[in-house]
Design a protein around this ligand. Structure first.
Ligand SMILES: Cc1cc2nc3c(=O)[nH]c(=O)nc-3n(C[C@H](O)[C@H](O)[C@H](O)COP(=O)(O)OP(=O)(O)OC[C@H]3O[C@@H](n4cnc5c(N)ncnc54)[C@H](O)[C@@H]3O)c2cc1C
Length: 296
């Protein structure tokens, strides 16, 4: 199918993009990698009157790593972040999760920030942002820049906190705390498909390699990423012999999936438990390995 008629804008700077977005307001959409927006246009599920193409704004094409974590500019493609060594050293969960997004062709074009703004409940990166306590940077003409915590950014399926006239300029992913390790696991019907369920985990170990705290964030089991605090199930236990199944039960209880054409709600909840248990165990092993390497 063909998209509905729209006016195409190609700003030459972020300032020009913000002016354009202010002018077109709720009738405008930002075009980033187009991997989600273009199918929506072609299926006539979205019909913006104006598209503001940010693909030419080199100032947004940024991946920088520092003490605080990783800052990903709005034009950084999945593939670039997936293979950025400093970024993956600082925040290993980025590479761990991005590898499960679609196929190479999609990752070569789609952007990390576009995926976050798109707010698909089956997407990996929203859960990564929530799990790590990250945030989004939103800019608009006149109002400057505001920061929105990941926990407040996802409002519902395909609905984020980006308002009319706003441009998401960057996503900020904090480093895991000292002693922390992470892991991502998911189940999809075929490699590259959206996950039927996925779980990220962050486990923090103390100096004796016992679990000090643990949490998870799950996808495809609710309208937004579902966070789950696993500390009650795991705290004080050894990193290599904890009650992972109890952690899984805690996470499954936090989910509220629906039946749909891909899976029953009961199957998704079952997966939530199994995958959280696996992710927590792998995250604890990752944390212990980082201790040995002196990275944690
Ligand atoms: C075959 C296929 C399989 C896929 N599988 C997966 C998968 O398994 N997991 C997964 O997570 N994703 C998957 N995707 C989606 C992919 O990750 C997209 O890249 C991503 O969802 C959107 O990024 P984009 O840069 O292409 O954004 P676009 O498609 O350009 O935009 C998406 C939405 O975000 C808005 N937007 C984008 N950037 C900004 C910005 N800077 N400021 C304000 N608004 C903005 C747009 O207006 C639009 O509403 C798949 C896509 C395809 C085509």
């Amino acid at each position: 199918m063909k998209p509905p008629v729209f006016t195409y804008h190609r700003p030459g700077s972020v300032a020009e993009a913000l002016d354009l977005l202010a002018q077109v307001g709720s009738e405008g959409k930002v075009l980033a990698g187009g991997q989600s927006l273009v199918p929506l246009l072609n299926m006539r599920l979205a019909a913006p009157r104006h598209l503001v193409d940010v693909n030419w704004l080199a100032e947004l094409d940024e991946v920088s790593s520092g003490e605080d974590g990783v800052r990903v500019g709005a034009l950084a493609r999945h593939a670039r972040v997936e293979h950025d060594q400093p970024a993956n050293q600082a925040v290993p969960l980025l590479g761990q999760a991005i590898g499960d997004i679609a196929h190479t062709t999609v990752r070569n074009r789609g952007t990390v920030v576009g995926s976050l703004v798109h707010a698909d409940p089956a997407a990996e990166l929203p859960a990564v942002l929530v799990l790590l306590g990250g945030s989004m940077e939103l800019a608009s003409a006149g109002d400057g820049t505001r920061r929105v915590a990941g926990a407040d950014f996802f409002l519902g399926p395909l609905e984020s906190a980006v308002g009319p006239g706003e441009l998401a300029t960057a996503a900020l992913f904090p480093r895991p705390p000292a002693g922390g390790g992470t892991a991502w696991v998911e189940v999809a019907r075929r490699h590259g498909d959206y996950a039927v369920c996925g779980a990220g985990a962050l486990v923090v170990l103390d100096q004796d390699l016992q679990i000090a705290s643990a949490r998870a964030a799950l996808i495809s089991v609710g309208p937004v990423p579902v966070p789950a605090d696993l500390t009650d199930a795991l705290a004080g236990q050894p990193h290599d012999a904890a009650d992972w199944a109890a952690a899984g039960r805690l996470a499954a209880a936090a989910t509220d999936p629906d039946d749909d054409i891909h899976a029953t709600a009961a199957y998704r909840r079952h997966l939530a438990g199994v995958l959280t248990a696996r992710a927590a165990r792998a995250a604890a092993a990752n944390a212990a390995g980082r201790f040995v390497q002196g990275a944690a």
